[in-house]
Design a protein around this ligand. Structure first.
Ligand SMILES: *[C@@H]1O[C@H](CO)[C@@H](O)[C@H](O)[C@H]1NC(C)=O
Ligand SMILES: *[C@@H]1O[C@H](CO)[C@@H](O)[C@H](O)[C@H]1NC(C)=O
Length: 512
């Protein structure tokens, strides 16, 4: 080879493969950031949450507004002035003899179309018509056409509904102890009609399942493709990298592993968005934590785990755990060669006692091994169980090199934060949270990660300066976590929950 050619070749290749400097040939393995990291979550992007971006479902047309999968309704008979109840919580008759409503009087919707639903009762069985063809009972384990009820709403009074059974007749509270499906005919929606019920909505979810099943496949694909393309863009990665942050934590849903054809109602396309995220992370030298935020069956019953109706079934069978390990296998295999793959988080916020410690540690061990098949470098993050001891994973994880325990610290959600002043909130972080974090951070134990926190609280009317001090004390304390921390979240219609807004408005400043 000519010397000139050699020189040219070296010049062309030096940035990508090797460089020749001071006489040595160095393999410049491009290196992402290393702990401790300061990161931000890209929440609400590949796993949607209604409260982060309510406009996402603006276009979903509902004949009965607010009726999605998991919406919880109570029905009060206008003639009996009593609530419908699944007697015994399910397994037997529906009655209309309750003066007040709680669990047995609450029905969860499974949406079939804009006005047709299955009705799930307290013990997870579904409402149907008994063998006699008239009595209403809650005895079915998995619903089919025989359990499809239409909810017909009054045009004048949106709280008044009638319920049409699959046989075409309306359900009526014949007596307090007898609910049947044998009411024909029209109605004036008056208080004398035994087929009229007043509904109260007592809960519901606004997550990915609701978005997808609410829109239907075609429209959901269109809406979510647009969301993935526009909600987080390359410029956001640029902004993050120039703000003093060095990593992103990206929540993903389990269905991403079967992209482009995930099981209904989820839709394909989020994998392309994650590919883009890695491309941009590499460009701006950011680490990526791939965070499995939802597992099949839901590990915590919340909308952010894409639960259908608030039930929690993850981890109850070996097949379910194996399926989740496959998702981790898929994701690690795909991104192991990227210098930006900082960590794989095996599961976000499993909730005790629904998720048992033995099934969780079995999954964490298998998930850890799946990651290690492809990389010895990426950290493997394990989220503590909510409502359990924050040290319960330490012995287990100590035997796994490169493992990290994720704890989430919010001064919200439990009653001990109600009524705390600005100073008390700050003191709580300074004293109690740092003690908690110290108890999780052990020598020779796993690294520690405050994977979610936010400068928001139950204080009303706090000043910008109060928020600055609250953010700063958290940065100080969580800065002692040995793996680092991640703010929840980057974008949010609620300003204090948006790190972008907090940085742009000078409440959080990372560059000292
Ligand atoms: C409601 O009706 C059922 C069926 O007759 C009966 O077993 C139950 O005791 C009644 N409950 C009340 C509170 O009246
Ligand atoms: C915080 O820690 C202090 C000192 O250890 C303790 O007295 C207090 O009860 C703790 N506060 C809460 C809300 O747990």
């Amino acid at each position: 080879m000519h010397q000139l050619e050699l020189l040219l070749l070296l010049l062309l290749c030096s940035p990508c493969f090797f460089s020749v400097s001071d006489g040595r040939t160095v393999r410049p393995v491009k290196q992402g950031p290393s702990p401790p990291i300061g990161a931000v979550n890209l929440g609400g992007w590949l796993v949607t949450e209604g409260w982060i971006l309510p406009s996402l479902r603006r276009h979903s047309q509902q004949r009965t507004p607010g009726t999605y999968d998991g919406t919880q309704l109570q029905f009060k008979s206008v003639t009996q002035n009593m609530y419908l109840a699944a007697e015994q919580g399910g397994g037997t008759v529906i009655v209309a003899n309750r003066t007040s409503a709680s669990g047995w009087e609450t029905f969860k919707l499974w949406r079939i179309d804009e006005s047709t639903f299955n009705l799930k009762v307290f013990d997870n069985r579904f409402v149907t018509v008994a063998g006699d063809g008239v009595t209403v009972v809650a005895t079915v384990a998995s619903p089919g056409p025989g359990e499809a009820f239409q909810i017909v709403r009054s045009d004048d009074d949106k709280t008044r509904v009638r319920i049409r059974a699959p046989n075409g007749r309306f359900l009526q509270a014949k007596t307090r102890d007898l609910v049947t499906v044998d009411y024909d005919g029209s109605t004036n929606w008056g208080n004398d009609d035994p087929s009229v019920f007043v509904i109260t909505r007592v809960g519901g979810l606004r997550g990915e399942y609701q978005i997808c099943n609410g829109y239907g496949k075609t429209k959901a694909t269109q809406v979510l493709m647009e969301h993935w393309r526009t909600y987080i863009v390359e410029n956001d990665f640029k902004f993050i990298s120039t703000s003093g942050l060095n990593a992103v934590r990206i929540p993903v849903g389990w269905w991403i592993a079967s992209d482009p054809n995930p099981p209904a109602p989820f839709v394909g396309g989020s994998l392309q968005a994650l590919d883009n995220a890695f491309k941009w992370a590499e460009k701006y030298n950011l680490g990526v934590i791939v965070d499995l935020h939802t597992a099949p069956g839901s590990q915590n019953q919340y909308e952010h785990s894409a639960s259908r109706d608030g039930s929690q079934d993850w981890g109850t069978t070996d097949a379910n755990i194996a399926q989740t390990v496959q998702v981790i296998d898929f994701l690690t295999r795909r991104y192991a060669s990227s210098p930006s793959l900082l960590a794989v988080e095996l599961l976000n916020e499993p909730l005790a006692p629904g998720v048992s410690l033995p099934s969780l540690t079995k999954y964490y061990k298998d998930g850890y091994d799946a990651v290690r098949k492809y990389t010895s470098k990426a950290y493997v993050i394990m989220s503590n169980r909510l409502s359990a001891s924050n040290t319960e994973l330490l012995d287990f994880a100590s035997g796994l090199p490169g493992s990290v325990i994720d704890v989430h610290y919010y001064n919200l959600y439990t009653s001990n934060f109600n009524g705390l002043t600005v100073e008390q909130n700050i003191e709580y972080v300074r004293t109690n949270r740092s003690a908690e974090l110290s108890s999780v951070t052990r020598q020779n134990g796993p690294l520690t990660f405050v994977g979610e926190w936010v400068a928001e609280w139950n204080v009303q009317g706090a000043s910008n300066e109060d928020y600055q001090r609250f953010a700063q004390v958290q940065l100080d304390v969580y800065g002692r976590a040995t793996f680092g921390w991640a703010y929840w979240t980057f974008k949010n219609v609620n300003n204090h929950w948006s790190m972008e807004w907090m940085i742009k408005n000078g409440i959080i400043s990372l560059k000292s």
